[in-house]
Design a protein around this ligand. Sequence first.
Ligand code: AP5
Length: 610
Amino acid sequence: MLHSAPSSSFHHTTTLHPSPSPSLLSASSPSSSRHAWLPLRHFSFQTPPLRTHNHFALTSPKALKVNCSTSEPLKIMISGAPASGKGTQCELIVQKFGLVHISTGDLLRAEVAAGTEIGNKAKEFMNSGRLVPDEIVTAMVAARLSREDAKQRGWLLDGYPRTSSQAESLEKMQIRPDLYIVLDVPDEILIDRCVGRRLDPVTGKIYHLKFFPPESEEIKARLVTRPDDTEEKVKSRLEIYKQNAEAASSSYSNITKKIDGSRSKEEVFKEVESSLSQLQQSKGKILKSGGTEIQRTLDNLLTSFCSEKSILDTKKGSGSSSQDKWRGIPTRLNNIPHSREIRQYFYDDVIKATQRAVDDGKTRLKVDINIPELNPEMDVYRIGTLMELVRGLALSFADDGKRVKVCVQGSMGEGALAGMPLQLAGSRQILEFMDWGDYGAKGTFINIGSIGAAEVEEQDDLYILVAPQNAVGNCIIDDLRAMTNAAEHRPVILINARLKDLPGSSGIMQTMGRDQRLKYAASFESCYFFRLLYYAGTQYPIMGAIRMSYPYRYELYKRVDDPSGKEKYVILSTFLERPTTDEINDAFEGKPRNETRKGSGIWGFLSGIF
Ligand code: AP5
């Protein structure tokens, strides 16, 4: 039985309370008016002060935490090239869904119109079609998002993030959307749209001389053209967009909905509306049932929205990053060593799932990630990858102000019976030598220890156990149990544990108490699972993969080669529990779920999977 951490002892919520400047308050009224140019007086630009309820807060500046509870209203990001129709769609979304529209372009234009210090700084960048420096824009967005209306009604973030560093800022502040919409429009259309665009300074409405002419001569007479809407400036804005789009959007590849924005605005909105309505419905169900099951519904929905799991492909195949080569799950996983991007994909995936589980009060967790790069039996350098994963995970909790103990078991037994767990020799030393960041986290928020009750100290908040496993003749489970008993309600996370069998020193299976031990080992709940699938007895080619990221369902993927020869993973099915071999066989054979199965299918996957 899992225990829930009492909120007072573990659930720290770090909240940023910026003091929005008067100009921001007036510039970003929750109305749908995207281009409303309201008069502004002054702007105080400062890093918003931090208030934290966490007595273990780091001394480094901490981030705004917007809790992603399932009962929150919609949180949407919309992105696309200049004039792809973001503002036009935002007007319609706000009318229908009542979200708070936050457009960085509008916020900045309002500053410029008011002649504030910020506006004067931003003006020269905007007029020449360049991006305004990140720190200015990020402070504005953080201030606006922290306001009550955005929390209550949900938000629609337009034009932010536009660079990888803006995306990172959001990640640090733990601000994530439910859905990331990308409007995809060819360049030639974009230029036409920009050059013909006109704005009504009274209503904030967007017109186009050809596509959406003003309703009356009176309105026509007062329309204005944006200073950055000349053909030359549009081309330069487009270029800047292309340089940054991929990096800015890559964090959202799993929740990206790419929409063809070259169609009429009504057609585009129909698709946007349908996605948002479904999302809203799912969130409504979450509210009613208040449970994980509906999170899964939401996940399924996102899976179906984003079946392409697309990342922005603005360079149409000419990208420089290896991420261009995969969508969703990285490909070529048999090619090792893996690139930095592939490793990062898995680290991020594990970190997010584990964070969600801990935030939900889970305290006995395990991560199982089995890709060639993380299998130290094949090559000892791969223990380094495991350590990198553990470091990322530990620092992600330390960043939240938690004191993390990273534990590696040492040699077990004595004398001739001493045994070292496979590949763990020296890994504690590696952990000691690793770079634990700039804030002196090691020794304060990160401590290195071993496995056992004696390691549990009062100040610890959470334990990460690196590959705990039985050594010849010795069973780690007893130490583990003593440790978890001492840890009580504090989370203990096992990374790639190997607790299945208990070989005796003579090689004979030790059976005393085995059932109880295995039962205990099984009491850890999976918060992340990833495994590649092969034909039985082979490690080539990869046939598919199973992935589970808490609190979502197990996803079964098939690896396919598309006609251009590129490989990709296509989702076949999802499961509440880890699928059995039969279920996998059936899914690969395209059989319906409940059909009577043969004793063994044509797909005999590695028995090690289960
Ligand atoms: P911003 O105002 O955000 O400009 P943008 O991203 O270039 O986008 P646009 O506002 O030009 O176009 P849109 O996609 O909203 O299209 P719209 O709906 O108006 O940013 C301006 C500047 O601020 C930036 O260049 C930068 O300097 C700075 N900035 C902003 N955010 C920043 C950030 N995060 N970091 C740094 N700097 C930042 O439509 C365009 C036209 O097409 C209209 O006339 C419309 O009527 C028409 N139209 C729309 N949809 C259709 C359709 N389906 N069919 C036909 N016509 C259509």
